[in-house]
Design a protein around this ligand. Structure first.
Ligand SMILES: C[S@@+](CC[C@H](N)C(=O)[O-])C[C@H]1O[C@@H](n2cnc3c(N)ncnc32)[C@H](O)[C@@H]1O
Length: 679
């Protein structure tokens, strides 16, 4: 639900309350509510609100006829030998075809054939599996086995190839063709089985289903923390200096180290990516698998389809068009968190979490803070006490809108929805009182509504974007990072902000990897950036942006020192670090480096050796930088950049332009290893 919808409802509500002369009374009552549960109840119980929320089914449905037409278009492209074009049309047909129609298996088969001609053998195999699953006509199954055999042959998988050619012979029994033709195919199969003996199985070079990944392997933690499994054991939760939680290094951390590998508790794609990225894991999908019940979303695998259905899509499927806004607000994600947790978990959490101290908040009974536990997400700050009544009312309207939809799809019991999605399975349905609004059911509804509201307040201060690097191959410097989705990452969300951060994030699907972007000393706090970097935004703008969204006044080093923006950052004469007090040591006039002195403590410092070493490193660094700007992301570039960065930040004070350039180049290399796609 976007802001304009909320504003429309608020205007109608205000008019109604004013004409009934109870506007001031309502605002006063609402303002007195001290819990999210009460805020939702206050609005829910208002008679004037009842007809303001139009709740109805709205989704992209399946259509047999359209699926046939789309497959026909694919066949035309296939006949014209435009196999890539054919794959596109067949995919659209697959998305549109009803799950139980023969059309679907035929479209999978056709897409498999087109991919075979494109030499995408692994992709061809996936669709054969799906064609079998969707009752491909028995009389033609021998063709599928034959294609499996060929794909396996070209993928150097000897055993699988031989097995498939043998299955082809068996499946011929069911084939509808003259005996002669059958015996010809049989003898062909015997010949290819013999040829299979020449396959060199050592040539197998990739797992069969790796084609859907648009990144190059997922980085790992060198050693995970026992208490926070997605965090490196060199990091721990401590109280920060502002009275909240933060993440701190318990040993020296080197630039580039992987510190966090976190799967979100829940994520939500922006609407425009519903048919290009997996609704569950946010990976760009090369070979879409559709939802069984709607044609509005796709998945990269059966696993993701099943997980999404079980966690949230069973409820969203037939209402998605109404609860997902065009502009990508966070209320869909807030509600998806509720669906992912389930009614029982939501109801149970209220009481159990009241007494917990801040450092143990979000932990399970064994003291583990896990990203897949709703409790962890529930423990994140939401600043409800800092919000105005108008802000709270806006968000409560949004929460109520989503609550009404949860009622509608049967989250609390009997569903109002007319055409339930296939396989609808509501865990709540069994144990909920179906007589709509008994006191007990109402309590559950207000409790859930309260959680949606809490999440709607929490997400703007905590959600992280899932991104993809759109690589401009002809001019890499013009590449851009695109926002795909938003996710709740309970561990990443523990990192406080700095305008000169020490951690950088990259998305692999919706998995987020956090690495050190500068060295972090034992005892220092890890710092993330909330979209306000000092080189690109001036102090005043940073402070106001951070305050309005996150409710704090930033006091990082860059803010305290009012560090200059990028083009004004010192780039020729650095200040060195004093070996005694870490103060600033300028290069003396006349370059008498052996006479340099610290401005703070006055100690003499000989910086000659450091300057010479920097000079030696400069040329390879500049070469690596140029190569990265031109799109090179080789391991040797990364190694050169990192060793220069480590050396420079050890000896030179920030801000210094080389440090910024080096960090940006390192990030650019990582971008190309993470979600990356040609623009
Ligand atoms: C994503 S959370 C960070 C974790 C949070 N400190 C906690 O206890 O859960 C964001 C919130 O932390 C606080 N915060 C983050 N960075 C801060 C900073 N540099 N100074 C003061 N407060 C900060 C603000 O309240 C902000 O809304």
């Amino acid at each position: 639900m976007d802001q304009s919808q909320v504003a429309r409802i608020l205007t109608s509500l205000t008019d109604k309350l004013k004409s009934a002369n109870i506007y001031n009374e309502f605002i006063s009552d609402f303002g007195k509510c001290s819990t999210d549960h009460d805020r939702v109840a206050c609005l829910y119980n208002l008679p004037q609100v009842q007809d303001l929320f139009l709740v109805e089914e709205k989704f992209k449905s399946k259509c047999k006829r359209e699926a046939e037409i789309l497959r026909g278009k694919g066949n035309e492209r296939f006949k014209a030998c435009d196999y890539a074009g054919a794959v596109e049309w067949y995919t659209q047909s697959i998305i549109k075809a009803p799950d139980d129609s023969e059309n679907l298996s035929l479209a999978y088969n056709n897409r498999s054939t087109a991919n075979f001609y494109l030499k995408n053998y692994a992709q061809s195999l996936q669709d054969i599996e799906l064609a079998f699953m969707h009752n491909y006509p028995l009389k033609s199954c021998y063709k599928l086995y034959q294609r499996i055999g060929r794909c396996m042959y070209y993928l150097y998988r000897k055993e699988e190839a031989i097995k498939a050619f043998q299955q082809t012979i068996e499946a011929l029994e069911m084939a509808d063709m003259p005996k002669d033709s059958k015996s010809n195919i049989r003898s062909d199969m015997h010949k290819v089985i013999e040829q299979c003996s020449s396959i060199d199985s050592k040539m197998v070079n990739m797992p069969l289903k790796s084609y859907n990944c648009c990144h190059k392997g997922i980085p790992k933690l060198s050693k995970a923390s026992m208490k926070i499994p997605c965090l490196s054991d060199c990091v721990e939760i401590r109280l920060d200096s502002y009275g909240g939680r933060g993440l701190f290094a318990n040993r020296n951390i080197e630039v580039g180290e992987v510190l966090i590998v976190e799967t979100p508790f829940a994520s939500a794609l922006l609407k425009e990516f519903n048919l290009s990225h997996c609704q569950f894991c946010c990976n760009r999908v090369k070979l879409p698998i559709p939802c069984k019940s709607c044609s509005g979303v796709i998945f990269c695998s059966l696993h993701c389809r099943e997980a999404a259905w079980r966690k949230f899509h069973w409820a969203e499927c037939h209402i998605l068009e109404n609860i997902q806004s065009d502009k990508g607000d966070l209320s869909l994600l807030a509600t998806r968190m509720i669906l992912t947790a389930g009614l029982e978990e939501i109801i149970s959490i209220e009481e159990s979490d009241k007494e917990v101290d801040i450092l143990n908040a979000g932990m399970d009974k064994d003291g583990v803070y896990a990203s897949d536990n709703y409790k962890s997400a529930y423990s994140l700050v939401n600043h409800s006490n800092d919000r105005t009544v108008a802000d709270l009312l806006n968000r409560t309207i949004s929460a109520l809108y989503h609550l009404k939809y949860l009622e509608f799809v049967g989250f609390f019991g009997n569903a109002d929805i007319k055409s339930k999605p296939t396989n609808i399975a509501c865990e709540a349905e069994a144990d909920c009182d179906p007589t709509s609004n008994s006191d007990e059911t109402l309590h559950k509804k207000f409790c859930v509504g309260g959680h949606i509201l809490r999440n709607i307040m929490m997400l703007p201060c905590n959600a992280h974007e899932v991104s993809e690097f759109a690589l401009n191959e002809s001019n890499p410097a013009m590449s851009a990072t695109k926002e795909l989705a938003a996710g709740v990452y309970p561990v990443l969300s523990l990192i406080n902000h700095s305008c000169d951060p020490s951690v950088v994030r990259h998305s692999y699907g919706n998995l987020c990897i956090g690495r050190a972007i500068r060295s972090i000393a034992a005892g220092d706090e890890l710092k993330d950036n909330y979209g306000a970097l000092y080189p690109t935004m001036d102090l005043e703008k940073r402070q106001s942006t951070l305050h309005s969204q996150y409710f704090f006044k930033c006091s990082c080093e860059a803010c305290q020192g009012d560090w200059p923006q990028y083009f004004d950052i010192q780039c020729d004469r650095p200040f060195f670090r004093c070996t005694g007090c870490d103060g600033h040591v300028p290069i003396p006039p006349g370059n008498l480096t052996e006479q340099a002195r610290c401005i703070a403590c006055g100690q003499q410092q000989d910086i000659t050796q450091t300057l010479l070493r920097m000079g030696d490193m400069e040329e390879p660094y500049k070469q690596a930088l140029t190569s990265v700007i031109d799109g090179g992301n080789s391991v040797s570039n990364i190694t050169t950049l990192l060793s220069y960065l480590k050396f420079v930040e050890k000896h030179v004070h920030r801000p210094w332009r080389d440090i910024n350039d080096c960090q940006e180049a390192f990030k650019q290399c990582l971008n190309m290893h993470a979600n990356c796609y040609p623009a």
